[in-house]
Design a protein around this ligand. Structure first.
Ligand SMILES: Nc1ncnc2c1ncn2[C@@H]1O[C@H](COP(=O)(O)OP(=O)(O)OP(=O)(O)O)[C@@H](O)[C@H]1O
Ligand SMILES: [Mg+2]
Length: 509
């Protein structure tokens, strides 16, 4: 029977199968996308979402099956062809060149040429600026990518994809690096595009987002198509159940009641560069301490300063009662401090290293035997982490670039755990992590605290800091504006200290 309601699909994958070295990661996926709809795509880490998207964009070729546009099978040999066909991608892992500016990156491969065959820099600059402004992302187009925060890099990727006026826009986890406010701006934009007839495929791990913005939702599990539902017919709980194949309720572990009061780390009036103006806080043994605030409030910079990655211009850091001078990350590691950066790709994992190499990078000394790396122990220990964190990997020996985003994040966490830190700073630790794996990571952070390890959790997900932390420092414009504890931990209080605005609550939708 022919679809009467929406005619032929604007885009359809037909019986797509994809294998990598004989391992099947997509199995017979047939999904039709209606013109002008927002289709959600959800599934656990490693379920095959990005792979499916990359096939639609011509980055990978299917092992079998095909892609049709408006009912006609098309050969999409590469991304250039996809773009010509009106398909644009906001990739999960950024594709930006660090040494180039924002506008140069936006027009890379689509340069505007003057009548005399020169680059029309002036026009590109102004169009890039206009584009960002239209998207509600005020960013200086002349900045180099290397000077941007992760959220800003994400904004460049989104604007870059939208420059092409594509009819089909595919967004692979575009909201993971954005805060509530930015997500709302993005959703407004998505609705506007939809009204203009753009068809959108939207990947997210956040059930609330899928429910809010999508018309339908497709669930993948272990490379198989589980379901396609009208969003009105399904609730968040059902989506989660289909994703993981069993009942699920996301729960935070019961909050740990702090026992000891000894202060393991204290920061007094830290100043660094132009960003950090005045930051003081105490971290107690075995506590899970939260840092909340808007993007740009200085939370990451605080962590980087403690970690010796930024110069301390004024102020004092004390570890175990002793004043310390941390000049670089090695000093910090030697003091037992670990830092999981929010910038997993830029400052975290090494794409060409395999799992053991990525995990033991910092703790390598422990694996040396007669000046050689004891490969056996290294592999054994790494396998232990793979089990513990449920890392989905076809092979331990594969470079991390072949791993799904969520699994890369887990490997990165394993690296820091392997340094046996007494203080672990986790910056957006569950970014890109599916709901089920999130719970595993929360439980894990909790168990670290139980062992007396002090954890600092920086997170833009209100629910996460609130559910996990016993105390929360809130930052605004480079200063600590409040410390909340007990009953005072509410969304309103956090937002008040983060923005100075009373009453308005930002949520993730
Ligand atoms: N180039 C590749 N070579 C080998 N295996 C690959 C390659 N790309 C992806 N895979 C494997 O395919 C599976 C699906 O990965 P994919 O990136 O599509 O997952 P995902 O659903 O996007 O997960 P996440 O939510 O973590 O981003 C994973 O097991 C991954 O290791
Ligand atoms: Mg992915």
């Amino acid at each position: 029977m022919k679809e009467t309601q929406s005619g032929p699909y604007v885009l359809e994958t037909q019986h797509i199968t994809k294998e990598f070295s004989g391992v099947r990661v997509l199995d017979d996926i047939t999904v039709g996308i209606r013109s002008g709809e927002i289709m959600g795509l959800i599934g656990e880490n490693g379920a095959g979402k990005s792979t499916l998207i990359k096939i639609i964009c011509g980055i990978y070729q299917p092992t079998s099956g095909s892609v049709s546009l408006e009912g006609t099978p098309v050969e999409i040999n590469d991304y250039i062809k996809a773009k010509r066909l009106g398909i644009a991608l906001v990739p999960q892992e950024f594709n930006l060149i660090n040494t180039l500016t924002v506008w140069e990156n936006m027009f890379l491969g689509n340069e505007i040429i003057t009548a005399t065959r020169l680059l029309n820099k002036k026009q590109m600059r102004s169009r890039a600026g206009k584009q960002l402004e239209e998207l509600g992302m005020p960013l200086d187009v002349n900045l180099k990518i290397s000077d941007l925060s992760v959220a800003e890099k994400q904004q460049v990727e989104i604007s870059k994809a939208l420059l092409l006026n594509a009819g089909i826009l595919i967004m692979d986890e575009p909201t993971t690096t954005l805060t509530g406010h930015e997500i709302r701006t993005l959703f407004t934009l998505m609705r506007r595009l939809k009204a203009q007839g753009v068809t959108i495929i939207f990947v997210s791990h956040k059930l609330g987002e899928i429910k809010t913005i999508c018309d339908r939702v497709t669930v993948l599990r272990d490379g198989k198509l589980i379901s396609i539902d009208e969003i009105a017919d399904i609730n968040e709980h059902d989506i989660a159940r289909k994703m993981i194949g069993r009942d699920f309720t996301q729960v935070f572990p019961k909050k740990k009641v702090r026992t000891g009061d000894d202060i393991i780390l204290s920061a007094e009036h830290l100043v660094s560069g132009r960003v950090l103006k005045d930051v003081s806080f105490d971290l107690r043994r075995g506590e899970i301490l939260g840092f909340a605030g808007l993007v740009g409030s200085g939370r990451t910079e605080t962590a980087e300063t403690i970690m010796g990655l930024r110069p301390l211009s004024a102020g004092r850091v004390t570890v175990n009662g002793k004043s310390v001078h941390i000049q670089n990350a090695r000093d910090a590691v030697d003091l037992g401090i670990g830092y999981l950066s929010e910038d997993r790709q830029g400052k975290g994992i090494v794409q060409d290293f395999d799992i053991p190499q990525n995990i033991t990078m910092i703790s390598l000394k422990r694996y040396l035997k007669n000046f050689l790396i004891d490969k056996g122990t290294e592999l054994e220990k790494s396998s232990e982490y793979v089990r513990k964190f449920n890392i989905v990997a076809a092979s331990m020996k594969m470079g991390l670039r072949f791993f799904s985003g969520g699994n890369q994040q887990k490997v990165y966490l394993a690296r820091w755990v392997d340094t046996n830190p007494s203080i672990l700073i986790l910056d957006e630790p569950t970014r890109g992590i599916d709901v089920n794996a999130k719970k595993e990571i929360y439980d894990f952070i909790h168990s670290l605290a139980e062992q007396g390890i002090s954890c600092i959790v920086i997170s833009s997900e209100m629910e996460e800091v609130m559910g996990l932390c016993s105390r929360i420092y809130v930052m605004k414009e480079g200063r600590v504006t409040g410390c909340l504890e007990g009953d005072r931990i509410t969304e309103e209080e956090i937002m008040f200290h983060a923005t100075g605005i009373q009453g308005e609550v930002f949520d993730e939708r």
